[in-house]
Design a binder for this molecule. Structure first.
Ligand code: ISE
Length: 336
């Protein structure tokens, strides 16, 4: 059994602890910690976790903790990843890897010193069957070259303290990863636009926003980002290719016919929308750690999404596309 310590017992932390405990073969959660100790204690009680630590650093240093899962607040990720690297431990870090690309660069530099990958980033959409099939079709070439992607990310609510920039670093970061993964291409330039604001959005952050990107191969991407106040949690993605289009399927739902209407429910919670993808993601991460060969989204992928996010946030209000500037891709992250 691989002994895991989880830092952060909020919504996604508890979800991952549930999966690691009840579902993922070969995993046992032996330690947890949270900024709010009470939350860690409650989670430990619920899942029979032996040790609760006051800080993430103590958990990382604990002798019996073999691998770390980081599900704490976004701003704390980079420091915990760097600390785990000091101890040479495997890390599964929820998105985003960091909030600034300079922190991702530090992580990459430290990981390279180990000569092997130790970090996987929680871009779970890559494990979703719909996106995987879209990628297969794009790569088969049967529809010709991809020309454009139209995507949207609509959300019901956000936690207190949410800010405009987080619409990119915390929400659209999923599209920033999945679009470059689908296309097998990097971004060239980016711009975020503030559009007519929803009268329902009264919490002080921009909502909606539109993200525009161009890849090195010339593909154009637009992403509508509604961080809150939408009718449900709805993720759409259409890839327009030379000879046809490919659409992300909606999650399966029973269709009701009544009162002269046909309807089906739309989910409201993001944790439910990609539930199967999360299960596969953590199961494959565990298997990869067992083989000491990580294959999932890397620090490089975390970095690439973060550079795009930085650029988008810098572009706000300029009305211009800004160039996306990345460091050269180190050998460790070249496809093998
Ligand atoms: C949340 O943090 C997530 O990661 C969800 O996948 C995303 O859809 C949501 O908007 C974020 O707040």
């Amino acid at each position: 059994m691989l002994k895991i310590g989880v830092i952060g017992c909020g919504a996604i932390g508890r979800e991952h602890i549930r999966r690691l405990t009840n579902l993922v073969p070969g995993a046992v959660v032996v330690a947890c910690s949270d900024y709010w100790r009470k939350s860690a204690e409650e989670t430990a009680g619920q899942y029979g976790i032996q040790n609760v630590y006051d800080t993430g650093e103590e958990l990382i240093a604990a002798k019996d903790v073999e691998a770390i899962v980081i599900t704490s607040s976004d701003s704390s990720h980079a420091a915990y990843v760097l600390e785990s690297l000091k101890h040479g431990k495997y890390v599964f870090c929820e998105k985003p890897l960091a909030q600034k690309s300079s922190d991702c660069e530090k992580i990459i530099a430290e990981e390279i010193k180990h000569g092997r990958r130790l970090i996987q980033v929680g871009f779970m959409r890559r494990y979703d069957r719909g996106y995987a099939e879209m990628k297969r079709i794009i790569e088969s070439g049967e529809l010709g070259a991809p020309l454009m992607i139209h995507a949207c990310h609509r959300n019901v609510s956000q936690t207190d303290g949410f800010q405009t920039e987080m619409g990119i670093t915390n929400v659209a970061i999923h599209e920033l990863d999945i679009c470059r993964w689908l296309l097998g291409d990097e971004y060239k330039n980016a711009q975020v636009l503030k559009v007519r604001q929803s009268a329902r959005s009264t919490k002080g952050y921009d909502n909606p926003q539109i993200v525009l990107l161009e890849t090195s191969g010339g593909c154009r991407i637009d992403v509508e980002v509604q961080v809150a106040d939408a009718y449900g949690y709805d993720i759409q993605c259409q890839v327009v290719c030379e000879q046809g289009t490919i659409d992300l399927p909606d999650p399966s739902a029973v269709v009701k016919r009544a009162n002269a209407a046909r309807s089906f429910p739309i989910l409201t919670d993001w944790a439910d929308r990609f539930i199967e993808a999360y299960d596969i993601e953590l199961t494959e991460w565990m298997q990869a750690v067992g083989k000491e060969k990580l294959t999932g989204p890397s620090s490089w992928d975390g970095y690439a999404a973060c550079v795009a996010a930085d650029t988008l946030n810098r572009s706000r209000g300029t009305n211009r596309f800004l160039e996306i500037e990345m460091i050269g891709k180190p050998d460790l992250y070249q496809a093998r």
